[in-house]
Design a protein around this ligand. Structure first.
Ligand code: FE
Ligand code: FE
Length: 199
């Protein structure tokens, strides 16, 4: 296929062996949602398909193996990521797109890399993966999910603001560490959405 020497079916098979059944189902849901969103926002749907399918490829690696594997593959981690090991799967997964799935396209790799924390100036593909991850049909519904789903059909920036604010709330309520990159992303989308509303 266009972005890898592997075909989609082999990637699916390989991924299935790397993930729990539940996480594999989630990945297929994200893939389908991301493709649909890509088509409606004029983003390359094949990039969205691969990013969606593979975004959590590193998430079922045992916690104590993640940091050594990052060292081995040369994936840099900041102190917060080293501390909250749940965050590592994004950076590690982005690297494994190259090493395990033969993908070198930077757009796909960045979408996976930023799907957990977000960042300022996200590309549309990055926004689509971040959002599809949250609204895919297998997700347990949460308050506001329908509002977010409808924003995902109309305005990616406002959907991002909504999703980031929900995520920040969630982190603060659970007294987890909030990464500065997520706060910067929220500030960024706040500005973008203000401009859109006030013209
Ligand atoms: Fe993830
Ligand atoms: Fe996910």
């Amino acid at each position: 296929m266009e972005f890898s020497k592997m075909d989609l079916e082999s990637m699916e098979k390989k991924l299935q062996d790397m993930l729990t059944e539940k996480r594999y189902r989630h990945s297929l849901g994200v893939m389908e949602t991301a493709v649909e969103m890509a088509k409606s926002f004029g983003v390359n749907p094949e990039k969205a398909r691969l990013a969606g399918l593979l975004h959590d490829c590193a998430k079922d690696i045992e916690k104590n193996k993640r940091i050594p594997l990052c060292k081995e593959l040369g994936v840099p981690l900041d102190p917060i990521k080293k501390e909250s090991k749940g965050l590592i799967h994004a950076d590690l997964g982005a690297k494994m797109l190259e090493t395990e799935f033969g993908i070198s396209d930077p757009d796909i790799i960045n979408a996976v890399k930023y799907h957990t924390l977000g960042r300022e100036n996200m590309s549309d593909l990055e926004k689509i993966l971040y959002l599809a991850d949250i609204v895919e049909p297998n997700r347990v519904p949460f308050e506001g999910i329908e509002e977010l789903r409808s924003l995902c059909k109309t305005n990616l920036d406002c959907a991002m603001l909504f999703a980031l604010e929900r995520s920040i709330d969630y982190i603060q309520h659970r007294h987890k560490t909030l990464h500065s990159q997520t706060l910067q992303a929220q500030q960024y989308f706040l500005e973008v959405c203000k401009e859109k509303v006030t013209g």
